[in-house]
Design a protein around this ligand. Structure first.
Ligand SMILES: C=C(O[C@H]1C=CC=C(C(=O)O)[C@@H]1O)C(=O)O
Length: 432
């Protein structure tokens, strides 16, 4: 079922019948994912995998998140849920991925699978989700039991498909020119910060190869959110927003440096990142934008007092964690709507940055830097910013993306080198 733009009246007649039951063990989860159309959200071996599709909500345009949130509220209100586990990710869930820009040609989606396999806190479960009409008198348990999909056995590990990536719409020289132009505009006082990205493109010839790619991302970047939703795959270190029983949290990242070659130089690089005026300025703007947008929805919101260094296999980031309590009953998608796009992926001031980004970047970001994650029937959920990612089209065309925050003292060659570091997870997951 597809819904486009505004909530369609037929959703009012949509009743999902949902049943979650504990199972002994499902580890490892990724080898049970669909090899062609993986649906997945994982970190450190825990998370959820979706199989099949019971419901799809598609939206686009400036109201894409608000429309999806409204449609989801009506679907969730009508759902008949029997959840015998009661953990984040049990009961009714939808996986989602949203376009970055209001005018993107890419659609935004919420996908409700037929079968969800999950692991968290040492517990495992299976959720079956079936569609019934509102006046269907069938017993909920019978309807959910009608889901024909079985829990798949883990598939044997296979090698990742090899993809050769080349420059996409914007070659490296053009990217550096765009960075220089952005710095000029910043120096002219037009704006404080803009995030500029570039693209790599490739082709996937093995249609059933995506599961192996995701497995590789999860092995190489276990501390990131590894996701796969409607052809968008990646390993993001940045939590846009997370809502769990009234608590709100986020991890804001901005400011990056390479890992050092040896232990001492690695430590020095991290220490220099914390001291770097340029990176701290870039980081402060990202934190300020997230706090400003979340604050109206929280009764309390605390930020880590000083940015800390987050170590990833390919680089160091400056990070700030936000934690608070929800003040207005917003769902996780309501908060996504409030906070996207932060200055970690757009810039400051937001409106000017979005205009400058559209003028200088030279391509449609699609779902890169957009919200990706999941929401449950109560509105709780986990959403990352879709970074370190690639979108794979139905014809196997791959577009990978990486960008950098540009501030007044940014150097085009350094920013280009930073995109190369940020492309590493995806390029290596495709055998590069
Ligand atoms: C825009 C990206 O990263 C953002 C998140 C962390 C650090 C960033 C930076 O240092 O520029 C970016 O703001 C990307 O990975 O494509």
């Amino acid at each position: 079922m597809t819904q486009t733009d505004a909530p369609a009246p037929h959703l009012a007649a949509t009743r999902l019948v949902v049943r979650t039951e504990p199972v002994d063990e499902l580890a490892p989860l990724i080898p049970r994912a669909d090899p062609r159309h993986p649906l997945l959200w994982m970190r450190r071996g825990e998370g959820i995998v979706g199989l099949g599709e019971t419901l799809r909500i598609e939206t686009s345009g400036a109201s894409r998140v608000a429309d999806a949130a409204a449609a989801w509220t009506s679907v969730a209100a009508a759902a008949d849920v029997d959840d015998r586990v009661g953990l984040p990710g049990t009961g009714l869930v939808a996986f989602g991925a949203f376009a970055f820009a209001d005018d993107s040609a890419s659609t935004s989606v919420l996908v409700v699978p037929e079968l969800v396999l999950g692991r968290r806190d040492g517990r495992a479960w299976v959720t079956r989700i079936a569609l019934a009409t509102v006046d269907d008198a069938a017993d909920a348990a019978d309807a959910a039991a009608s889901v024909a999909l079985e829990i798949p056995a883990p598939a044997p590990k296979r090698r990742v498909p090899r993809v050769a990536f080349g420059p996409g719409a914007v070659p490296p020289e053009q990217y550096m020119r765009a960075v220089a132009e952005a710095v000029r505009r910043i120096d002219d006082g037009e704006l404080e910060k803009v995030v500029l990205a570039r693209q790599l493109v490739g082709e996937l010839h093995e249609e059933d190869g995506l599961r192996a790619v995701i497995n590789r991302l999860a092995e190489d970047y276990p501390d990131t959110w590894v996701y796969a939703v409607d052809g968008l795959i990646g390993a993001s270190p940045e939590t846009l927003v997370r809502v769990d029983h009234g608590t709100v949290s986020a991890r804001v990242l901005a400011g990056t440096t390479a890992r050092g070659a040896g232990e001492a130089s690695d430590r020095e690089r991290a220490a220099a990142l914390v001291e770097s005026h340029k990176d701290r300025a870039e980081h402060a703007l990202a934190v300020a934008s997230a706090v400003k947008r979340l604050a109206p929805h929280t009764a309390r919101l605390d930020a880590s007092p000083e940015p800390f260094t987050l170590q990833l296999p390919n680089l160091w980031h400056l990070a700030t964690d936000l934690k608070g309590t929800l003040g207005d009953g917003s769902s996780s998608l309501d908060l996504v709507q409030a906070v996207h796009p932060t200055a970690a992926v757009a810039g400051t001031p937001r409106r000017v940055a979005l205009r400058v980004l559209a003028e200088l970047e030279g391509f449609d970001r699609g779902r890169y830097a957009g919200p990706v994650g999941w929401i449950d029937g109560d509105g709780d959920g986990e959403w990352a910013i879709a970074l370190r990612c690639a979108q794979i089209g139905p014809d196997g065309a791959i577009a990978a993306y990486a960008g950098c925050g540009i501030v007044h003292d940014s150097e085009p060659t350094d920013e280009l080198a930073e995109t190369v570091m940020k492309f590493r997870p995806i390029v290596e997951a495709f055998g590069g």
